[in-house]
Design a protein around this ligand. Structure first.
Ligand SMILES: Cc1ncc(COP(=O)(O)O)c(C=O)c1O
Length: 274
């Protein structure tokens, strides 16, 4: 599993009795994966990753696919945020390949901004016979669970048709908020916005004046701003906060100002200027 990343992966694997092995994404190399030598039966890629907003660069995607082929491993590509590029066109989806066993994940939650409807999908790709056998096994597994609710199944074609303007609106808002955050960061100084390429969140790095947990709690209780500390996602090597790009821009602008102000005040008091 990639790290830093979405923290649910480890828990989901543990619930299935699976052992996970983390591989690091290198912040100094466009978050390219550093794969350990140990073989794995399944490799998970999050494309783009949450919270770093990094799509796997094409050469890294190719290397990952080659490695899976070598180890006869399946590749699970979580692409729930693929349709939300924040900086130029996104690299191709893994669903464009069929040279290895691939499970590409998406769902209404992100694709249509409808998390409560609880409908998601998996695109299975791969060499024909392997993909066919895998589909049979998945069908058997799916039979062991309750099915997706009938109303949402029936509504799906219409929901998918109506999703495009919703995605456009979410994307426009995320881009606008990212610019607001960049402007606030440059006005107050001291923090760096780690450039995201896709998704709904952004990482900021701030000088090591306050630990992440304390800063996040102060922001919550004293400033009324909810952010995640970077350690929730195993972000290492500096002090990070993870910020959602989804709030309405006026609300977001005020939240960004409060975050920057608190970080700046903490830096000043540490330097004896406050
Ligand atoms: C990378 C990633 N994958 C999957 C999910 C799960 O999405 P949902 O359960 O809303 O479909 C999330 C939720 O935020 C996520 O960040």
């Amino acid at each position: 599993v990639p790290t830093p990343s979405y923290p649910l992966l480890d828990h989901l694997a543990a619930l299935e009795g699976l052992e996970t092995l983390p591989y690091r994404l290198d912040p100094h190399d466009d978050w390219r994966p550093r794969l350990p030598d140990d073989p794995a039966s399944v490799v998970i890629a999050v494309h783009p990753n949450n919270p770093t907003g990094s799509y796997l660069p094409q050469d890294a995607a190719e290397a990952l696919a080659q490695r899976c082929r070598r180890d006869q491993a399946a590749l699970v590509a979580d692409e729930v945020f693929h349709a939300y590029p924040l900086a130029g066109p996104p690299p191709p989806s893994f669903a464009c390949r069929e040279d290895l066993l691939l499970f590409v994940l998406g769902g209404l939650s992100k694709y249509a901004g409808l998390p409560q409807l609880k409908l998601a999908w998996t695109v299975v790709r791969g060499p024909e016979q392997l993909a066919g056998e895998t589909m049979d096994r998945l069908a058997f597994l799916a039979d062991q669970y309750l099915s997706v609710s009938t109303p949402v199944q029936l509504a799906l074609p219409s929901l998918l048709r109506r999703a495009a303007p919703i995605r456009s609106a979410i994307l426009a808002r995320c881009r606008e908020n990212l610019e607001i955050l960049r402007t606030a960061a440059s006005r107050w100084g001291g923090t760096t916005v780690v450039p995201p390429q896709g998704g709904w969140s952004v990482v900021i790095r701030y000088p090591g004046v306050l630990d992440e947990e304390r800063l996040a709690l102060e922001l919550l209780h004293e400033d009324g701003v909810a952010v995640h500390p970077g350690y929730f996602y195993d972000l290492q090597g500096a002090h990070h906060l993870v910020i959602s790009l989804l709030p309405p821009p006026t609300v977001f602008a005020e939240g960004a100002r409060r975050v920057m102000e608190r970080v700046a005040r903490a830096s000043e008091s540490r330097l004896g200027l406050g």
